[in-house]
Design a binder for this molecule. Structure first.
Ligand code: CAA
Length: 432
């Protein structure tokens, strides 16, 4: 890639980035990752059969084969706790090390009380900890991650680590065009100095924002509303804008600076393919070169997302985990790009380098275990769960066991659980 113009923004960044004076002096980034999914999933072929469309439209046309479906005792809090517990246990880190806990979500369970507070309590994080929730559609997790990087770079962390959890349930109306792009899950990331997975480049992001109505969820709705084809256009426009700023800030004059892989926000796999095609076009590649580049540089990141569906804030990070799970060894020391998009809209393009320790750490953590514990739902089971969603937030805790559709599904041990609300309308959780 050539970058003909070294812009004012680039010069400003090289003067003002907290790490730019000596970029090798401090390493900050993602130390460990884990994800959680609900125990049920629907095969997209089963959905296609009922909706009367060829399975190929969902599986190849959208690039999704399975979508995770939350049960009556699973919600964004339980998914967040599940992912965070796997992270801390698998990475051998203690809750006592956490000084910042941010939950990115667009599936809040309360207008006021953040999911981060439930997480803080259920994990036993220290009381001397900054805890909050971030929202900007699917960009909320990246807002949390960037905040954590700045918190460490500024010195506020004082040696502590940040816990960033992206957790969401993606719901569209039954029988709508968005239905095959649903999903549910959480990704937890430990962000620290001297990370073992990816060193991230602080202060060198390209950003793009605009006020657009491509996707929204009014306060009174559980299902999102979306202007589907317009949202695709907004995503691509935001990518072009964020990538343009990133290129201006990051001239890759050296082969070692080349982005050898890029992970994109993945509402469905085909969207990442369209995004990469747009980037290749900007970089001056022809269609054949763009297709080859997609297979090499993007496809490995889509393998886990294709089995989970859209998890909104966590989608980009599930893509990163997929890439690292499959290729961390060969990518040691290499630079990867990351593109985050949140409808509404906000976007950010940034980059990092894979650590040599990453492959061994992820293999020891057995990060894909959650997918092995799942049960395939029939279409009627899926439909019953989705119909029952409407009552979930007001369900009395004592009635949860018997009244909730799908309650009979077996719950693996050690999973956090949502019971319903108590007489004061407080949500009740338990971690077994
Ligand atoms: N075999 C193979 N492919 C087939 C096929 C078949 N039999 N039939 C159709 N296809 C292909 C189509 O050619 C199309 O591919 P291209 O996009 O490459 O042309 C693809 O399948 C989808 O077909 P349609 O465009 O006809 O699908 P649709 O109109 O029913 O819905 C959608 C597609 C608009 C993305 C819809 O699923 C939707 O609204 N999803 C939710 C919104 C969304 O995810 N937007 C993404 C950008 S916004 C964002 O990223 C934020 C976020 O997380 C929501």
């Amino acid at each position: 890639m050539t970058n003909p113009t070294r812009s004012a923004a680039q010069s400003a960044a090289s003067q003002s980035s907290p790490l730019s004076a000596d970029p090798s002096a401090r390493r900050i980034g993602i130390d460990a990752m884990a994800f959680a999914v609900p125990r049920g999933y629907l095969a997209l072929a089963d959905l296609a059969a009922v909706r009367g469309v060829p399975a190929a439209k969902y599986e190849q046309g959208l690039g999704v084969t399975q979508m995770a479906v939350a049960g009556p005792d699973e919600d964004p809090v339980t998914l967040a706790v599940d992912a965070a517990r796997q992270l801390l246990t698998g990475a051998g880190r203690s809750p006592a090390e956490i000084g910042l806990c941010i939950v990115g979500t667009e599936t809040a369970v309360d207008h006021s009380k953040p999911i981060a507070s439930y997480l803080h309590g259920l994990l036993g994080l220290p009381s001397a900890c900054r805890v909050f929730e971030t929202k900007h559609a699917c960009f909320g997790g990246t807002a949390g991650l960037q905040n954590a990087l700045d918190w460490i770079a500024s010195g506020s962390a004082r040696g502590r680590a940040a816990l960033i959890v992206c957790t969401d349930i993606a719901r569209y109306s039954l029988n709508s065009a968005g239905e095959p792009t649903q999903g549910a899950g959480a990704v937890a990331m430990l962000v620290s100095e001297n990370p073992r997975l990816v060193d991230l480049e602080v202060g060198r992001s390209g950003c793009f924002s605009a006020n657009v109505h491509d996707f929204w969820r009014p306060l009174y709705r559980k299902d999102a509303l979306v202007d589907g084809h317009f949202s695709v256009q907004c995503y691509l426009d935001a990518l072009s804008g964020a990538y343009a700023e990133w290129r201006a800030l990051n001239p890759d004059t050296d082969e070692a600076d080349r982005l050898v892989r890029t992970c994109y926000h993945v509402p469905y796999g085909k969207m990442a393919k369209k995004a990469h095609a747009r980037r290749c076009q900007i970089d001056g590649l022809d269609e054949a070169a763009a297709d080859a580049s997609y297979e090499r540089e993007v496809e490995p990141s889509l393998r886990l997302p294709s089995q989970v569906g859209n998890i909104y804030t966590g989608s980009l990070y599930l893509a990163l985990l997929s890439l690292l799970h499959h290729q961390a060894g060969e990518l040691a020391g290499k630079r990867v790009g990351l593109f985050s998009y949140g409808s509404g809209c906000a976007a950010e393009f940034f980059a990092g380098r894979v650590r040599p320790e990453a492959a061994a750490l992820l293999s020891a953590m057995d990060v894909t275990a959650p997918l092995r514990l799942r049960q395939r739902l029939s279409f009627p089971e899926y439909e019953a769960l989705r119909t029952g969603d409407a009552q979930a937030d007001q369900r009395p805790a004592e009635a949860a066991e018997t009244a909730a559709p799908g309650a009979a599904l077996k719950l693996p041990e050690l999973r956090p659980r949502y019971f319903g609300i108590d007489p004061q309308e407080r949500r009740i959780y338990a971690v077994q």
